[in-house]
Design a protein around this ligand. Structure first.
Ligand SMILES: NC(=O)c1ccc[n+]([C@@H]2O[C@H](COP(=O)([O-])OP(=O)(O)OC[C@H]3O[C@@H](n4cnc5c(N)ncnc54)[C@H](O)[C@@H]3O)[C@@H](O)[C@H]2O)c1
Length: 442
């Protein structure tokens, strides 16, 4: 695994990194960039964050975090110590020795990779490139991006990647809201343009992470990251498909998963749900399938997984319709409350959340839809428009025809929901201990 077989002599930049004198610039202060910038500043590096959103930059400088995993206190420590500031001015990168790109990599409407943010960030780096600078791309992307897209842009500086300055890809593996694994404890994969680029990037990340895993190229590192997310996406699709079959066969899919998970080797449990959401799992596989087409290769598992996972919100609506009909009601005209609209537990992120898809489908089919989410005060949708989280009063629960548990946040009084709501569709198996006829599990 260790591609850097010979340890090259430490460069000037490596020495600066080891003494924490190297100046770090982080481009894009979102979930990934803000967490990385604060961690880097906490351990003593001077850090500047470049963020195009003026409000976010102002919040950072005012020590107000907008990311759950970064506390105001942590921001306060590094901002007050003068080790971290945010700006919208790319000119601030001029002094940076290490530049890390953490900008979004979304999809276009037709689900093609949209590298516009990566390209803009790389272009903005050009005036800052000097001999000995290290540039690292952390945004998740298709294999080949660093070499084919970022490198030529950076080389318009007149300097050569790998020879004059170091260039690497290092995927981010954080899991927002996960208290068990931190930036420090998650092994960091690093693939440089040359062994020397890998070495200097490795030295940098060794300051932040306990384990650094060097690989032979940026393209390998890019493929590792998309493979990890495709693996998750495909396995979730597999268990979602099993759920559809179990429904037909009147089998309890949750009992089957829990029992299979007693096998001590060769099995890893994945759980069904209303679909997949967030900025990674539903997006990254399309980056790989788009690249694969360049090689006349059709990544069939990826397409199949998308077909199954995309069908899940429709399945949730169909189970809801069936459960209402069994109680003599129709979906049309029913009042349905969604419990949780974030794409996963205990975070405020609604990007590509399947709950929003369920909400849109229910609205289209004539239900009167509301939601409660302790982490998401308001959502803006094309249809039915902007709606606000309902307080979970006894009256609200008694007045609805059905509650759909779409996200199993911790801060919900589930006892009360089960006691008050007339019908609950549980898409997360959160209510497994309640064997009541008005609780319907996926
Ligand atoms: N969120 C995650 O859990 C996660 C985990 C692993 C990898 N990733 C990957 O990391 C990358 C960043 O994801 P994120 O969740 O932090 O996104 P995000 O949307 O939370 O943050 C990105 C930030 O970059 C800013 N930005 C956009 N273009 C910019 C530019 N040209 N210059 C400066 N700032 C710019 C945006 O305003 C935003 O604040 C993506 O490629 C994503 O796939 C995300």
């Amino acid at each position: 695994m260790d591609a850097v077989t010979t340890q090259e002599p430490a460069t000037g930049l490596e020495s600066k990194i080891r003494t924490r004198a190297a100046r770090v610039g982080v481009i894009g202060l979102g979930y990934v960039g803000l967490a990385l910038a604060v961690e880097t500043a906490e351990i003593g590096f001077p850090v500047v964050g470049i963020e195009i959103d003026e409000d976010k930059a102002a919040m950072v400088n005012g020590c107000r975090s907008y990311i759950g995993d970064v506390t105001d206190d942590a921001l306060d420590r590094v901002v007050a110590a003068g080790r971290f500031r945010a700006t919208t001015d790319y000119g601030a990168l001029r002094d940076a020795d290490v530049i890390i790109i953490c900008v979004p990599t979304p999809l276009t409407k037709s689900k093609e990779p949209d590298l516009s943010h990566v390209i803009a960030a790389a272009q903005a780096c050009v005036p800052a490139i000097r001999r000995d600078t290290l540039v690292v791309l952390e945004s998740t992307t298709y294999p080949g991006t660093t070499v084919e897209v970022v490198k030529p842009i950076l080389e318009t500086s007149g300097l050569q990647a790998g020879a004059d300055f170091a260039l690497a890809f290092s995927p981010e593996r954080i899991d927002p809201g996960n208290r068990r694994y931190s930036l420090r404890s998650i092994p960091k994969v690093v693939g440089g343009m040359t062994p020397a680029s890998t070495q200097v990037a490795r030295t940098f990340y060794e300051q932040i992470a306990n384990t650094v895993v060097p690989v032979s190229s940026p393209t390998v590192a890019e493929m590792v990251k998309v493979y990890e997310n495709v693996f998750r996406n495909v396995n979730i699709a597999l268990v979602n498909e099993l759920t559809l079959l179990c429904d037909r066969m009147s089998l309890d899919v949750w009992e089957i998963i829990e029992t299979a998970a007693t096998k001590p080797y060769g099995f890893m449990p994945f759980y069904p749900g209303p679909g997949v959401g967030g900025h990674c799992i539903p997006v990254d596989p399309y980056y790989l399938s788009a690249k694969a087409r360049e090689y006349d290769f059709h990544a069939r598992f990826i397409e199949l997984a998308a077909t199954v996972n995309d069908s899940m919100p429709y399945y949730v609506v169909s189970r809801t319709t069936g459960a209402l009909e069994a109680r003599g009601k129709t979906l049309w005209g029913s009042r349905v409350l969604l419990l949780g609209v974030a794409y996963k537990r205990d975070i405020p992120d609604v990007r590509m959340s399947p709950a929003l898809k369920v909400l849109g489908l229910l609205h289209k089919r004539g239900a009167s839809v509301s939601y409660h989410d302790p982490h998401v005060p308001e959502i803006a949708l094309a249809n039915p428009g902007t709606i606000r989280s309902q307080p979970l009063t006894d009256q609200v629960l008694a007045d609805v025809d059905c509650v759909i548990l779409t996200t199993d946040h911790t801060a919900i009084d589930y006892d009360r929901i089960v006691a008050r709501a007339p019908l609950i569709i549980d898409t997360r198996n959160r209510l497994h201990d309640y064997r009541a006829s008005h609780v319907v599990r996926l």
